[in-house]
Design a protein around this ligand. Structure first.
Ligand SMILES: Cc1cc2nc3c(=O)[nH]c(=O)nc-3n(C[C@H](O)[C@H](O)[C@H](O)COP(=O)(O)OP(=O)(O)OC[C@H]3O[C@@H](n4cnc5c(N)ncnc54)[C@H](O)[C@@H]3O)c2cc1C
Length: 561
């Protein structure tokens, strides 16, 4: 008898057992296949142990607490001195500690000296797998973890800053104290680009920076202005955009000045957000805040894009993880819940809905991990070019598919899915943010369009990957031919950005699945995503001949056994 099942008025039965003891690695066939295909399965033991640690009800409860007890801004201390600090619930700190212990904040750069290159094949993919699993349990704290990770190659560009900051950034120790970096055992990094008058259009930034002494890379400047969004304000420093005499530039702005005093960051308030509750996102003013120039003045956008490239990969990974967890909960419920004398999972329409969700989640998992693999193949020009084009494609497509998948998965649990007691409601509120921040959906499409028109190497490298999968499916071939025709005829305009991006995403996902996924999943994806449709379909409207049961058996065997 389950705990608490004996009530005076009724017996509780036909509810799914607690989601507990589900290994987030070994229960995820697509993740394991992707890790293996990227030659990172040497990390299987560590990933299995981490998957077991994360898949416990106790940790999911901790995630719920981190999102229920919200961060609070404490502008002044009890004596009236400014402190500009944010207090978090202990659950949030616990997740930060785990993610730092697991090197999710630096893992693609494990073994780093100063050149910001991965040192062993597969470290970036193994780190991506840990990020994806952790996102399933608590996604809010992933924001500073991701930004810290992405800041590494940007800071590495400036040797004087790299020498002092990178050892603290690479440290696995989480030290939440508000103290100068030199006194801390580990550091985290945030990012401030968005101002009130423009987030996408950062050239409109009005924050200004003037040198406090000598001008140039690595030198201290004083920044005055504001940021309308600056997440994770308890980070030890931020990469900030401001206008210098030479144009828009990027600076490293620490919380403390070199003389040990609190720097001129004045937090105004915390955002009241739809989701992403455990993470604090601030509005901040800079009052002559000390900050160090990274790279040359006027190269701000180019230099901060080094960071944004990595954060966009993480948005794709994070959304894929959230989609996986939403789907896992749906399949877990459907396997255990009986309706009309049959398990839900065996009701034909539900089998179809779940199979369709499985196709989407497996495609997202494979696409995100394949991209993580391309990121770390630094010495392979074709892979770097592929990553250049596919990063905005994957960020756009996976984060766009997330919310509708999260909604459908929630509905699979019926009324229970809609309740805040469970995780599906939290995931549903979390999913849209990955599409909005780090460049919105249309901004990703503009980036894709820009690469298409200006970086022929990236287009060529991607077409080589897509053409390698041609000749196996007529819908795939038709879409690929149409894409190539339109590229060759230069008939694509900005308004075609979404068509272009979605075509690339579908083709890339299908190509990867044909190579790496079980046949029912790959064939199901081709039949249900690449065949043209007159109207958009909701999940579960499957093409004739789709074997939904076979898809589920291939995708989530451990849940069905
Ligand atoms: C929870 C949260 C946390 C955040 N944290 C941070 C942070 O830590 N640091 C930071 O710098 N920012 C942060 N942001 C800000 C975020 O990156 C921006 O909100 C985002 O980049 C969009 O900028 P915007 O809000 O100014 O919208 P706008 O740029 O005004 O865009 C509005 C709409 O117009 C569309 N659009 C823009 N240009 C075009 C075009 N040329 N063609 C077609 N459509 C276009 C966009 O796609 C969007 O749909 C955060 C945002 C959120 C929600």
């Amino acid at each position: 008898m389950a705990l608490g099942s004996a009530f005076e008025t009724h017996e509780v039965f036909n509810q799914a057992p607690l989601y507990d003891g589900v290994n987030l690695y070994t229960s995820d066939a697509a993740l394991m296949a992707a890790v293996k295909a990227e030659d990172a399965d040497w990390a299987d033991d560590r990933l299995t142990a981490f998957g077991a640690e994360l898949g416990r009800a106790e940790l999911f409860d901790e995630g719920e607490r981190a999102n229920r007890f919200l961060p609070e801004l404490k502008v002044h201390d009890s004596r009236g001195y400014r402190q500009d600090m944010v207090e978090f619930h202990p659950s949030y700190h616990r997740f930060m500690s785990i993610s730092k212990r697991e090197h999710i904040h630096c893992g693609a750069f494990d073994g780093l000296a100063t050149d910001a290159r991965p040192k062993a094949p597969g470290v970036g993919v193994a780190r991506a797998a840990r990020h994806y699993m952790m996102s399933q349990v608590e996604a809010g704290h992933i924001c500073p973890i991701t930004m810290t990770h992405a800041a590494i190659p940007a800071i590495a560009q400036e040797p004087s800053l790299a020498a002092t900051w990178l050892p603290k950034i690479l440290s696995p120790s989480y030290d939440p104290a508000l103290k100068p970096m030199a006194e801390k055992s580990g550091a985290t990094i945030g990012m401030g680009m968005t101002e009130k008058q423009g987030g996408t259009d950062v050239r409109a930034n009005t924050s200004v920076a003037r040198p406090s002494g000598a001008r140039g890379p690595g030198e201290p400047y004083l920044v005055t202005g504001h940021k309308w969004f600056m997440s994770a304000p308890m980070c030890d420093a931020f990469l900030v955009l401001a206008q210098a005499e030479g144009g828009l530039s990027v600076f490293l702005m620490p919380r403390f000045r070199a003389d040990g005093s609190l720097n001129g960051l004045r937090f105004q308030r915390l955002k009241n957000k739809l989701g992403n509750k455990s993470n604090a996102s601030s509005e901040v003013e800079f009052h002559d805040a000390e900050a160090y120039l990274i790279g040359e003045e006027g190269r701000g956008i180019r230099n901060i894009m080094t960071m944004a490239h990595y954060t966009r990969l993480d948005c794709a990974l994070g959304s894929a993880g959230l989609m996986r967890q939403a789907f896992s909960r749906a399949i877990h419920h459907a396997v255990h819940r009986q309706v009309f004398q049959k398990r839900l999972v065996d009701q034909p329409m539900m089998t179809g809905v779940l199979a369709d969700l499985a196709l989407e989640v497996d495609a997202a998992t494979h696409l995100a991990l394949r991209l993580a693999g391309a990121f770390e193949r630094h010495d392979n020009d074709a892979e770097q070019a592929f990553a250049r084009l596919m990063t905005p494609v994957a960020k756009y497509w996976i984060t766009k598919r997330g919310p509708s998948l999260g909604y459908e998965a929630m509905e699979c649990l019926g009324g229970n899915g809609y309740l805040e007691d469970g995780i599906n409601a939290r995931i549903y509120r979390e999913l849209p943010v990955n599409s909005i921040w780090e460049g919105t959906g249309s901004v990703m499409c503009l980036d894709v369009f820009r690469v298409m028109t200006r970086e022929p190497d990236a287009v060529a490298a991607t077409l080589v990957v897509l053409e390698a999968a041609a000749g196996r499916d007529r819908h795939y071939d038709a879409l690929l031919d149409s894409l190539k025709d339109r590229i060759a005829s230069h008939s694509l305009g900005e308004r075609d950005g979404r068509w272009l991006t979605e075509s690339l995403a579908l083709l890339a996902a299908a190509a990867i699945l044909m190579d790496r996924a079980p046949a029912p999943v790959a064939e199901g994806y081709l039949a249900n995503r690449l065949a043209p449709r007159a109207t958009p379909a909701s999940f579960g409207v499957l093409a004739a001949g789709t074997d939904a049961r076979a898809i589920l058996e291939a995708s989530v065997p451990t849940f069905l056994s």
